[in-house]
Design a protein around this ligand. Structure first.
Ligand code: DAH
Length: 368
């Protein structure tokens, strides 16, 4: 009996004095664990006389339960204490000034987003392709014959072979079939990739980066285009005109008068350039009405050779394509004077011309 009282006194004091959860668990193991003092005492019951057992059995069981309850109570108390300490030390100072230095969306990203919203309303999906293209997708399949002068007009960046100690390594400049690799000069190769991988009806726009070896006030070596492609069995030139006139009016948020001037592109026949009415008021360019015409984009009916190159029968399928420079459209809509500033990475320019990432493009275009 004295053993039991001694054990109870010892462990009660230890449990109540436990300073943290780890220490409490050590005490629990020492008393109630498999080899704990109380458990070992319980194992001696078998060797006792029936009279002794009658007294010691319930007494030891009672001690075990009592200590277990004490451990549980102390555990809850320690957990509550830990939470209170954390709450007291992890306070939030509501009087601190708000950090207003947030990033902005580049105007080119904003404008591409606006275009995607307008074209999505007309049923266009967004497609993408690689910046590094092969000669076939960038030129040949688009009906630029090998050696054709139109290839030179594109001021193409060809990938240079890297020189290793064993000579030239051409693996990065040619693909598996020996095609020369280029930085795509336009987004038109994605027309080819789309027509070769999915069946008409096709209705896509392709926003993306494009590259040409050219740099002055109105040209940068890297620039952005949005391409468009519609292929089915009935789409004709009047759909092209209606679609692009509606697009440009939605984009500039005003009725814009357009005209389609005959032009030449190898991949469309007939081809046209779309001009918009504009006037200059002081330093400002106003798109929509006025005496001037400004060229905005290239377009046309997809050339039968291009359809054939993609495995489509030109007697069955037809459609239109268009391509436009995003950077210049962004400058015209938001009044930026110099194209080169767009890609200079000056944070003052970005915070002035940039857009809040929280402003949704459909709100910005006025469409719902
Ligand atoms: N790829 C042309 C360029 O970069 C733009 C273009 C013109 C794209 C007419 C088209 C199109 O899809 O039909 O100059």
């Amino acid at each position: 009996m004295t053993d039991i009282t001694a054990l109870k006194t010892k462990y009660t004091a230890q449990i109540e004095g436990a300073e943290n959860l780890a220490a409490l668990d050590d005490i629990r193991v020492a008393a109630l664990g498999k080899k704990g003092e109380v458990s070992l005492q319980m194992r001696t019951l078998g060797k006792m006389s029936p009279e002794e057992k009658k007294i010691m059995g319930p007494a030891l069981n009672g001690l075990k339960n009592e200590l277990a309850a004490l451990v549980e109570a102390r555990k809850l108390a320690l957990e509550a204490e830990a939470l209170n300490t954390a709450l007291a030390s992890e306070t939030l100072d509501m009087s601190l000034p708000v950090n207003t230095a947030t990033g902005t969306l580049h105007p080119v990203m904003q404008v591409m987003e606006e275009m995607a919203v307008i074209f999505a309303d007309m049923g266009f999906a967004v497609a993408e392709g690689p910046d590094i293209e092969d000669d076939f997708h960038n030129f040949t399949a688009l009906n630029f014959p090998v050696g054709h002068p139109a290839r030179d007009m594109h001021d193409t960046f060809f990938l240079k072979p890297s020189t290793t100690k064993d000579g030239e390594d051409k693996s990065s400049t040619e693909n598996e079939t020996g095609e020369k690799m280029v930085l795509r000069t336009h987004t038109s190769p994605v027309q080819i990739r789309t027509m070769m991988s999915q069946k008409p009806p096709i209705r896509i726009i392709v926003p993306g980066r494009t590259y040409r070896c050219d740099s002055d006030q109105t040209h940068t070596p890297m620039f952005h285009q949005v391409e468009g492609l519609v292929i089915d069995k009935t789409t004709n030139m009047s759909h092209l005109k209606g679609c692009l006139t509606d697009f440009i009016s939605a984009f500039f948020e005003t009725d814009v008068e357009t005209r389609f001037r005959p032009h030449h592109f190898p991949f469309t026949e007939p081809s046209a350039e779309m001009d918009v009415r504009y006037e200059r008021v002081g330093d400002e360019i106003r798109i929509g009405q006025g005496d001037g015409w400004m060229e905005i984009l290239g377009c046309g009916m997809v050339h039968p050779n291009v359809l054939t190159n993609c495995g489509l029968d030109p007697n069955e399928y037809q459609g239109f394509a268009f391509g436009m420079g995003v950077d210049r459209l962004a400058m015209l809509k938001y009044g930026m004077p110099d194209l080169r500033d767009m890609f200079a990475g000056d944070s003052r320019w970005l915070s002035h011309y940039g857009f809040s990432p929280l402003l949704q493009a459909n709100l910005a275009t006025g469409l719902s």
